[in-house]
Design a protein around this ligand. Structure first.
Ligand code: PLP
Ligand code: COI
Length: 409
């Protein structure tokens, strides 16, 4: 063989090797990225969805919806990364991650199923008065899921990737964002260990998924919302110091089902969880934060630690302080303190701002009533609720808080 011939053979071997390597990498990439239906990967449906009209679906009865999976939307976001690949491996590419809404594939040994290595978020996309669509402070959810990921040893999603994924999912499902004043598109980002392993240790693979659904009110109250009735529970607790109460771990929620069921059977709307430290120290009202309002224009809410740092809570504190001139205390708040309160409310993305009419103490059967008879929303609760809604809906000049609004593009 001539020297030239040898060079050709070497070149052919190198080309074949590179081709095989590329083929391997491509199939690995697509098997990890496109684990669910891959039918949208290259057929242009994603591009079409991202450029089509943002008008709400005219034949959907959005106004009749409660808080639930009311319709099957078009798209979900789904991305999988392998352990060790790190945060940079999360994709922000809608052509890879937007899939038809549907079931997801999971091995029975997945860490999420066996050991509960899982976080979630809750967010709403609103149709504003001008017809545009906006998310409320999504960067705060991005930051919260990042803290949760650090606690559960999950590779954190870069905050800009999280916000872009939410943006693109809403854009692709824009027709499912209810018309102005008729509800919201609720987004449920999930981040969990999806790798199969028997050993009690963090996962070898992680899934970042976002699904969504148009929703109405969390507490079904109709057009004239009456305050809800809470029952304070002393024989169950939700979180303890050093635990995971301050992150949105999926495992925090199932243990509350039994408590919530019992509370509802006794005729109340939601459980008010107390601290494991005793003395009637208040923590949270189900899946929402709790506030008490006092006649001297001060408001009090439990300090952070074992409770979820709610984004609505943070926004209420800002509005109460800077818009309504309230003195805001984030401190230990007890059932005894409530006896001096004139109003109470709970707040959250799902719950919005919901007036609390009374708190019943399960162990003593005593009830603390707010306002005259616990059936009307207090004036400060009403003002804060309307102010927050106006910012979310763009119904008046709320320029101070325009940075709370992420417009969907
Ligand atoms: N507390 C708990 C336990 C929750 O699940 C939620 C809802 O996410 C909240 C409080 C309120 O948080 P946010 O205002 O961020 O929705
Ligand atoms: C939310 O308010 O978004 C929540 O996640 C609470 C609840 C619906 C689980």
């Amino acid at each position: 063989m001539t020297v030239e011939g040898k060079e050709n053979v070497t070149r052919d071997i190198v080309i074949t090797g590179v081709a095989l390597l590329l083929q391997g990498l491509t199939s690995y990439y697509f098997s990890s990225k496109c684990c669910e239906s891959s039918s949208l990967s290259n057929d242009g449906s994603v591009d079409a969805a991202l450029s089509k009209s943002m008008e709400p679906d005219p034949s959907t009865p959005f106004e009749s919806f409660g808080f639930g999976l009311n319709v099957e939307v078009d798209f979900m976001w789904i991305d999988r990364i392998n352990e060790g690949a790190g945060s940079a491996a999360y994709s922000s590419e809608p052509r890879l991650c937007l899939k038809p809404m549907g079931e997801i594939r999971l091995h029975p040994a997945a860490t999420v199923l066996n050991y509960g290595q899982s976080l979630f978020e809750g967010m709403k996309a609103f149709r504003r008065v001008d017809g545009s669509i906006a998310l409320f402070r999504p960067e705060r959810n991005a930051s919260r899921i990042k803290s949760g990921a650090a606690r559960l040893l999950i590779p954190p999603i870069p905050e800009n990737v999280f916000v872009k994924a939410c943006n693109d999912l809403v854009r692709a499902n824009a027709k499912w964002v209810p018309p102005y004043g008729k509800g919201a598109l609720y987004l449920r980002p999930l981040l969990f260990g999806s790798g199969a392993a028997l050993g009690v240790k963090p996962s070898t693979q992680y899934t970042f998924c976002i699904y969504c659904s148009p929703v109405g009110d969390y507490f079904k109250k109709g057009s004239d919302p009456k305050p809800i009735r809470l029952q304070a529970i002393e024989d169950y607790s939700r979180a303890a110091p050093g635990g995971v109460g301050s992150v949105k771990a999926a495992g925090n929620y199932a243990p509350c089902f039994k408590v919530q069921k019992e509370v509802k059977e006794r005729g109340y709307d939601e459980a008010l969880f107390l601290s494991v430290l005793g003395n009637g120290v208040i923590e949270e009202a189900g899946a929402s934060n709790f506030f008490a309002v006092f006649p001297d224009n001060s408001i009090m809410t439990p300090s952070l630690g074992t409770i979820l740092p709610g984004i609505t809570r943070e926004s209420v504190i800002e509005l109460a302080r800077n818009r309504f001139g309230c003195t805001v205390y984030e401190r230990q708040l007890t059932l005894d303190d409530l006896k001096d309160a004139s109003e109470a409310f709970c707040c959250g993305t799902g719950a919005s701002i919901t007036a609390v009419g009374s708190v019943n103490i399960a162990s003593t059967e005593e009830s603390i009533i707010f306002g005259e008879d616990g059936t009307t929303m207090g004036p400060l609760t009403k003002s804060i609720k309307e102010s927050l809604l106006a910012i979310q809906m763009g119904t008046n000049a709320e320029s101070n808080y325009s940075n709370w609004i992420h417009r969907i593009e």
